[in-house]
Design a binder for this molecule. Structure first.
Ligand SMILES: [Zn+2]
Length: 196
């Protein structure tokens, strides 16, 4: 009389255990579900990464500035427009930064993108402010320039494509480069942000 209830309880317990065990087996062996979960996690982290990059991009220099030439004409003086937008060249030894030794950063005079640091400036004697390196690889763009019967490498602003000058291979160590830049294309600011 007492064995039957015990048997029933035992059968129920075993049945529950098997049911749970099967559930575990089922979920454990259900690989597509697991993959979906990890894919979802990957997707979420990927999208947050790209969000971060986009946020950084808004603050950094990778975002291009596109103004019409009329807008540039309104923003810039005639001389600045001629050099920056028409690839002109200021007369040698006339630019305000040619013989200039203050410590700070030189920005693109059209858009304010930092392009050269005073620590990379050197006396080249060529008549234009000269630097042996740019702030970084993105701050400027180099393009072959075959104008005026010469093959030169033009230096333009990485952010607004304005003309800055040319780069030559006769600079000092460590780069051996001479970025020969128009003063008109630059705006100097010291560490306090004061323009000079
Ligand atoms: Zn610029």
């Amino acid at each position: 009389m007492k064995i039957k209830p015990l048997l029933i309880i035992a059968i129920v317990v075993i049945g529950v255990l098997i049911f749970q065990f099967r559930n575990e087996l089922f979920s454990g062996g259900h690989e597509p579900d697991n993959n979906n979960v990890s894919e979802n996690i990957t997707l979420v982290s990927d999208s947050s990464d790209s969000d971060n990059k986009q946020t950084q991009g808004d603050n950094m220099s990778d975002e291009k500035i596109n103004k019409t030439e009329d807008e540039w004409k309104q923003k810039l003086s005639d001389e600045e427009y001629h050099v920056l937008r028409e690839k002109g060249t200021e007369k040698p030894f006339t630019g305000k930064y040619n013989d200039f030794k203050e410590v700070g950063t030189f920005y693109c005079n059209a858009c304010g993108n930092p392009v050269f640091k005073s620590t990379a400036k050197f006396e080249s004697g060529c008549g234009w402010p000269s630097f042996f390196e740019a702030v970084n690889d993105e701050s400027i763009v180099l393009t072959e320039d075959r104008s005026h019967g010469m093959i030169r490498t033009e230096v333009t602003c990485g952010k607004c494509d304005s003309h800055l000058g040319h780069v030559f291979d006769d600079g000092p160590p460590p780069t051996g480069k001479r970025y020969c830049i128009n003063s008109v294309s630059l705006e100097f600011k010291d560490k306090n942000g004061e323009s000079k």
